[in-house]
Design a binder for this molecule. Sequence first.
Ligand SMILES: Cc1cc2nc3c(=O)[nH]c(=O)nc-3n(C[C@H](O)[C@H](O)[C@H](O)COP(=O)(O)O)c2cc1C
Length: 196
Amino acid sequence: MLYCDVKELAYNARSIRAFDVSRPAGEDMLKHFVECARLCPSAANLQPLKFKLCFEKSEVDALFPLTRWAGYLKDRRIPPEGEEPTDFIVICHDTSVSPISEYSTMDVGIVAQTINLAAVEKGFGCCMIGSFDKKATAELFSFPENLTPVLVLALGTPKESPIICSIGEDGSTKYFRDDAGLHFVPKRSMEDVLIK
Ligand SMILES: Cc1cc2nc3c(=O)[nH]c(=O)nc-3n(C[C@H](O)[C@H](O)[C@H](O)COP(=O)(O)O)c2cc1C
């Protein structure tokens, strides 16, 4: 059986913070992403995560101001005006299934990266947003008590191509932009991450 190259997918699955608003993902594509997510491993196979799909412009426009972007880059508007995400998936923990726990937060990471990779495979891009107003998000969508928003996935067609680079001599892992606005993401080397 043929599989796509996971290393290549992972290499290209950078956090995207500028989008082509003329090419949204849309409802069917978001459902495809959730179809991938629902097949993920889950601690004790509890599967406590639920997904709110946002593809209607009114919902996307209402959620966007509740999200915080690129905390290291304070000198510019990110995403730039007119290049905002066109779609969102709000990952919620359903406490009627199980309490939020150390293990359930691992489930969140697994589904988030699965959706990120699925998005890249289909020509879309994603930015995971942990910094968002959870209370206002729950109010916006009138979530019942049992649904706690835990992570937002901003999605759309990428309008930027972040570049992986090695970590400089100062050892900083902070992402940065050059004068041309290119976004660089320092990653630790194989030597740095392998335990000897
Ligand atoms: C759990 C999690 C939460 C994140 N929250 C935010 C966020 O609130 N805002 C943002 O702009 N980026 C957020 N990011 C994206 C990270 O900044 C990004 O993954 C990191 O800079 C490395 O870049 P890369 O994803 O291109 O490898 C988040 C990433 C993860 C995994």
